[in-house]
Structure formats: C-alpha cells, structure tokens
Ligand binder design. Sequence first.
Ligand code: FNR
Length: 185
Amino acid sequence: MKKIKILAIVGSLRKESYNRQLALAAKEILGEQVEFTVLDYQDVPLMNEDIEFPAPDAVKRVREEVKSADGIWFFTPEYNHFFSGVLKNLIDWLSRPVSDEEPQVLAGKPAAISGISLGISGTSIAQDHLVTLISFLDMKVMNVPRVTIPSAWQYVDEQGKLTLNEIYPHLEKQAEAFVNFIEGK
Ligand code: FNR
C-alpha cells in the first residue's frame, strides 16, 4: 500500500527552533508508517504581485511539495499573539492560483496544527488565527486534537534541546489522529 505523505510546515526559520524540534519529534513518532518531510522554504521571496507570474522557482517547488502531500501539519510559533510573518508569506504564495486552469494548492488538504512557545498561551492564540486563515483557504482542518505547549523553557536543556516529557503522549495522540483524519477514518 502507498505510504501517506505528510508535509510539515514550521513557522520559524530559526535553526534551533523548538517548533522544528517538535516537528522532528512527530516525524520520529510516525516512523516508517508515513513519509514525513519538513518543508524548506527559506528561499521563498516576499509576496509581490510584480513577480508572481511566472512563479519564482522556490514558489514552484513549494507548490509541488504541497500538491504531492496527503496532509499538511503546521508547527507554529507565536509572535505577538499571531503566527509568524514568514508563515503568512508562504501561505499567501500558496493561496494563489497556479494558472488559469489550476487552482491554488491548499484547498481540500487535511491540516493539523501544533505549536510551542515561551509564553503561557502555548501558541493557542496564534493557532486560532491560523485556523481562520487556512479555513478561508478551504483546507480540511483537524481542530481536535491540537497540541499547544506553553513555557517552552521547561522542556529545553542548556543546549537548547527539546525533551517532551509529559507532552509526548499528546503528540503521539495527535499524530495517530491525523493519520486517521487523512485516511478518512
Ligand atoms: C515571541 N515569543 C512569544 N511567545 C509567546 O508565547 N507569545 C507571544 O506572543 C510571543 N511573541 C513573540 C514575538 C516575537 C517577534 C518573537 C521573536 C518571539 C517568544 C517565542 O515563543 C519564542 O521565541 C519561541 O522560541 C519561538 O519559536 P521557535 O523559533 O523556537 O520555534
């Protein structure tokens, strides 16, 4: 049977990003049962309609990656009670039709959301904003369960490495639920 493909989109470009580490923990949980890739989109330019057609190569590449995925799992930081500008920029590019014949690539795609932040909201406010945006773009959002991790410092050692401790079962549950959600179970 064909393996499910999950594309993780991390809303932080920081090398040691906790959200990136969370995505990698989810990848480890899912192991061999799915193909799990973290999207690299550092080279996507700022949205500017002057350069929209023909699409820049980086935009073509991320669109292809989204198109070939069975589900998109967002790992979002919280910047000032919102998701990050880099994530909004990426989604703005993805929200545009590819051509007259080809619609935007996010519509109908199953989506899951998780996030970790230093503050007490645990990204829940940013996640709510993200739900509004991706629902507008007609993604199929799995609203339950969502993982929100506050006070990230509790889970990070002196080298900045994330250890999930009691959070781990919640991420496991979400991973399992997302696979079932994608499979329509
Ligand atoms: C933050 N941070 C933050 N944290 C939070 O819980 N609520 C917030 O509103 C904000 N606002 C905010 C704004 C900006 C501009 C930055 C750079 C940071 C702190 C944030 O949670 C922390 O830097 C995380 O480590 C960011 O996620 P990554 O990069 O580790 O994935």
